[in-house]
Design a protein around this ligand. Structure first.
Ligand code: ACO
Length: 332
């Protein structure tokens, strides 16, 4: 028997410090005009001092638990999705588990970059529908700014820091909230976006090259890959959910580039009322961008609950994924 999954609570958290495009002109040969017209980004929130991805994830998780009206001890699984965790170990999942007092949870991390939330939701649904878990917390958190080459103007201007969290649990009324979910991996294109973790060989063997821990991105190739792959993949996922695009209320996409979002919207025949865009305020916050876009749109009245929505993301790997979901009243 398959147990239906409900989305019980969602939230987000971003650092306080805001860096505008104009601020970036102090350290880079760039302009507000270039960044705005190529990407849609105006400003981004960045970690300052010791603040890190775990701190952001903990704050988002606490708010999502509150929205889901559950006790942290009810959580039996925590999946943390970060493009780059603050520590290789302990996992972000374990750090978050301790901070929120989810003492009955098994916790682990997954790496699917900006598709992390969708990958995490798919694992959560598998655990819940099989009866292996009853209440799952997915935390998608990234402090991209710590891994930028701040002299590489074609990449560092794109990213911001932030976290999102989602509580999924056994449906209380038997209604399934994840109508369809698909994830895809294309490792052959892995070097389009990469970040080496460099170590040093034992001094008794041949030394290895040490590479700086920085994000390398071929933006043009990523752009081409995404605009030629994602719009059709999203449309097919809607179809598999048994819906037409018109029957879905909103497209809530990963916020990487407004031109990529426009290509997705065009394929679905959506006007701007149905498409959630907040890249101007946050930049690309990787795994966190979908929950940030969703919750902020609900707070601002742009998304009215209950509704049906497309959540879709893509990122390093290359990975991408789409979920067609039912969003209940009061989840954020
Ligand atoms: N300011 C001013 N000029 C710049 C900047 C900048 N910040 N960055 C690049 N330029 C210059 C380039 O040097 C180039 O100059 P040239 O013609 O003299 O050589 C010119 O602007 C054009 O550069 P392009 O790379 O052709 O610009 P493009 O229009 O392709 O936009 C961008 C670049 C924004 C990166 C685009 O390719 C893009 O959005 N790609 C997708 C990125 C993405 O979605 N990444 C997802 C990451 S998800 C994850 O998992 C991490």
């Amino acid at each position: 028997m398959t147990i239906p999954t409900m989305i019980a609570g969602v939230s987000f958290h971003v650092p306080e410090t805001v860096i505008t495009n104009e601020d970036l002109t102090k350290i880079l040969d760039t302009s507000d005009e270039w960044i705005t017209t190529r990407t849609g980004i105006k400003e981004r929130h960045l970690c300052s001092g010791e603040e890190n991805a775990n701190d952001l994830g903990i704050a988002a998780a606490k708010k999502a638990i509150e929205n889901a009206k559950i006790n942290p001890e009810e959580i039996d699984l925590i999946i943390a999705a970060a493009s780059v965790s603050h520590y290789a170990y302990p996992s972000a999942g374990c750090v978050i588990q301790a901070a929120i007092g989810a003492k009955n949870a098994t916790a682990f991390d997954i790496t699917a970059a900006c598709s992390g939330l969708i990958y995490g939701m798919k694992i959560a649904k598998a655990f819940i529908s099989s009866g292996m878990s009853k209440t799952v917390l997915v935390v998608a958190t990234d402090a991209n700014s710590k891994f930028m080459d701040w002299t590489d103007r074609s990449t560092c201007v794109l990213f911001g820091d932030g976290a999102g969290a989602m509580v999924l649990k056994e449906s209380v009324d038997g209604i399934e909230d994840i109508l369809e979910i698909e994830t895809v991996s294309d490792g052959e294109k892995g070097m389009f976006i990469s970040m080496p973790i460099s170590g040093q060989n034992c001094p008794l063997v041949e030394p290895n090259k040490e590479e700086p821990m920085k994000v390398y991105m071929n933006g043009k190739e990523v752009y081409k890959f995404v605009v030629t792959t994602m719009p059709d993949a999203i449309a097919k996922c809607v179809e598999r959910a048994g819906h037409t695009p018109e029957e879905i209320d909103y497209l809530i996409p990963h916020q990487a580039n407004v031109r990529i979002i426009d290509a997705m919207a065009e394929r679905l025949g959506y006007n701007s009322d149905k498409v959630i865009v907040n890249i101007d305020k946050y930049g690309n916050t990787s795994a966190a961008s979908i929950p940030i876009a969703l919750c902020e749109a609900v707070q601002e009245g742009k998304v009215k609950l209950p509704c049906k929505a497309i959540l879709t993301g893509f990122g390093a790997g290359m990975t991408y994924g789409t979920a067609i979901v039912r969003l209940r009243e009061g989840i954020c």
